[in-house]
Design a protein around this ligand. Structure first.
Ligand code: PLZ
Length: 466
């Protein structure tokens, strides 16, 4: 690949020509943090003004720098700043942005055809993606897959499938859960602001149960006890006979990277099996190598009945899936599932490129390496800062929870100050959590060690200065 000579040198905003680097996205970009203007720079500010007049104010952006290129662990903006990406577009570009195998497959696919609608005339890549997901998801039983466009759509369809297969209606979900922004998934999501406020009425037959959130739970409660607490509430308030599904993120994403206590997920899953309830793992954020396993449930050997995937699945193209037991997936009447764009051929090609990348580069090992490198540093800075109550996560899905004096009271203001300081220094970090007090790290799993170390150094300095 030829990299234009303008790349890699300090550039002023006036000489930077984003068109000249158009072909240079992907890992060929210099893997460096380089600030040549304030963040956001003048061109981004100009675009942000245009945006204000054109784009709904209901859609906001964490960091208003407008992207020109991205690859590996960096994002390059329209002013020529190169930022360290510790967010992967919310856990999507796990294989790196514009990853070579994804780009190559997409280029090839798009040159052949862009759409037929799988429900009209099907094509091979859709079937291959289904075969791959059937193979990679937990359990050796017979499986089937259906493809969709977004995570929310996959979750909606998982619920439809569970209801259709069981003939029951109720769905149990958990505190701090996030499952999407459509009507049914808003009802499944726990947090009002910004996801639900003013958007009701919401879908019915959704029952919210207490989560295992070790940092905020009854001290010393085991995962099994936390599961029994939820199960007894389900039995009292809903009754197993009316319950179609238990839906859970094995590590919660938007809710604050909550890792349930060991034993919680296995106990829930066993109870579901014993009671004919469909156990749905929403692995949209935690799946596809993110936590150092193909799926977060793999850590405890849990085998869900249905698994939802999206985000990391297709290297940045919109694709989502429901994969699960053949007898559940096939219980739906023919024609009962679908959608115009679901499993778009270009997105399927991207997924095959992303899965190849994960397998060939062993991105599960890469995620575990990120944990080994980053977690001890986060723990050390937490001890020094006195403003962090908890450090947690697995693989390339790590977080620090800010609390007043390191106690239990959430401290969203400090999380916001730290995030803003990182942004100003050219490091993209995201916040999350029911209380908005968590900073989460979701680097591309292919990120270089030097870049990750540099990003962590800036985060640590921002925490200690807050
Ligand atoms: N389930 C576990 O993490 C998406 C949401 C960003 P979609 N999380 C990012 C935002 O503010 O909208 C997500 C998730 C889990 C479902 C979803 C929904 O996936 O592709 O955004 O619809």
């Amino acid at each position: 690949m030829i990299i234009p000579s303008t790349i890699g040198k300090p550039l002023s905003s006036t000489t930077f020509d984003s068109a000249a680097v158009e072909s240079a996205g992907g890992p060929g970009l210099p893997q460096e943090r380089r600030l040549v203007t304030a963040i956001p720079g003048p061109r981004s500010v100009e675009m942000h003004t245009r945006r204000g007049a054109a784009v709904s104010a209901g859609i906001s952006s964490t960091l208003p720098v407008y992207t020109a290129d991205a690859g590996g662990g960096v994002l390059v903006d329209v002013d020529g700043n190169s930022l360290i990406d510790l967010g992967s577009g919310i856990a999507v570009t796990s294989v790196g942005n514009a990853a070579p195998r994804v780009v190559e497959r997409v280029r090839r696919a798009v040159g052949h055809f862009t759409h037929t609608c799988f429900m009209v005339t099907p094509y091979e890549d859709y079937v291959t993606v289904a075969e791959k997901l059937n193979e990679l998801t937990p359990g050796r039983h017979a499986k089937r897959t259906a493809l969709f466009n977004s995570g929310a759509e996959a979750v909606e369809n998982a619920v439809k499938i569970a209801r259709s297969a069981t003939g029951r209606t109720a769905v149990a979900v958990f505190d701090h859960a996030y499952h999407g922004r459509t009507n049914l998934t808003m009802a499944l999501t726990a947090k009002s602001m910004p996801y639900k406020k003013g958007f009701g009425p919401f879908a019915g037959e959704i029952y919210r149960m207490p989560m295992s959130y070790p940092f905020r739970d009854v001290p010393g409660i085991s995962g099994k006890e936390a599961a029994d607490r939820a199960i007894s509430m389900i039995e009292k308030q809903v009754g197993a006979d009316d319950l179609a599904a238990v839906l859970i993120e094995p590590i919660q994403g938007e809710g604050g990277f909550v890792v349930p206590a060991d034993g919680f997920l296995p106990a829930l899953s066993e109870w579901c099996t014993a009671n004919g309830v469909v156990f749905i793992a929403d692995e949209i954020q935690s799946g596809m190598c993110r936590t150092g396993d193909w799926f977060a449930v793999d850590h405890e050997g849990v085998v869900p009945d249905l698994v939802t995937t999206a985000k990391g699945l297709a290297g940045g193209l919109p694709l989502a899936a429901v994969t699960g037991r053949a007898e559940l997936m096939d219980a739906v009447h023919p024609g009962g599932l679908g959608g115009t764009y679901g499993g778009n051929p270009v997105a399927c090609a991207a997924a095959l490129g992303a899965i190849d990348t994960m397998q060939e580069l062993d991105l599960n090992a890469a995620a575990r390496r990120i944990e080994q490198l980053a977690l001890p540093r986060l723990v050390a800075v937490a001890q020094r800062s006195g403003r962090i109550g908890d450090v947690r996560g697995r693989g390339g899905m790590l977080a620090v929870e800010f609390t007043v004096g390191g106690g239990l009271e959430p401290d969203p203001a400090t999380a916001a100050v730290v995030a803003r300081a990182c942004h100003a220094q050219g490091v993209v970090v995201l916040t999350c959590g029911t209380y908005g007090n968590v900073i989460r790290l979701l680097p591309p799993l292919v990120i270089g060690e030097d870049l990750l170390e540099e990003g962590l150094g800036i985060l640590e300095a921002a925490i200690l200065a807050a």
